[in-house]
Write a protein that binds this ligand. Structure first.
Ligand SMILES: [Zn+2]
Length: 78
């Protein structure tokens, strides 16, 4: 079963309806604006364990929701 995201407006919906909203922190040592944009677009943290994430319900209510999820099990914690 794929990941299900609880949307406060639409109820539990499949992850395919959402866009993941992490904005990675770019190290201060990277000063070139183009390199900073590349890092923001492609360098995600991918931490292991409980994380707080922002998801955009693109195929639903088009609102952001905050989800606490364990990345080891994909279990939504709240
Ligand atoms: Zn929604």
């Amino acid at each position: 079963m794929s990941l299900v995201i609880p949307c406060p407006n639409c109820g539990s919906r499949p992850v395919e309806e959402f866009v993941y909203g992490e904005v990675p922190l770019v190290p201060e040592s990277i000063t070139d604006p183009d390199a900073r944009d590349l890092d923001r677009a492609f360098m995600h943290g991918n931490p292991e364990g409980p994380v707080v994430e922002r998801w955009f319900h693109a195929a639903g209510c088009r609102r952001w929701t905050t989800v606490r999820r364990d990345t080891r099990t994909d279990q939504v914690l709240g």
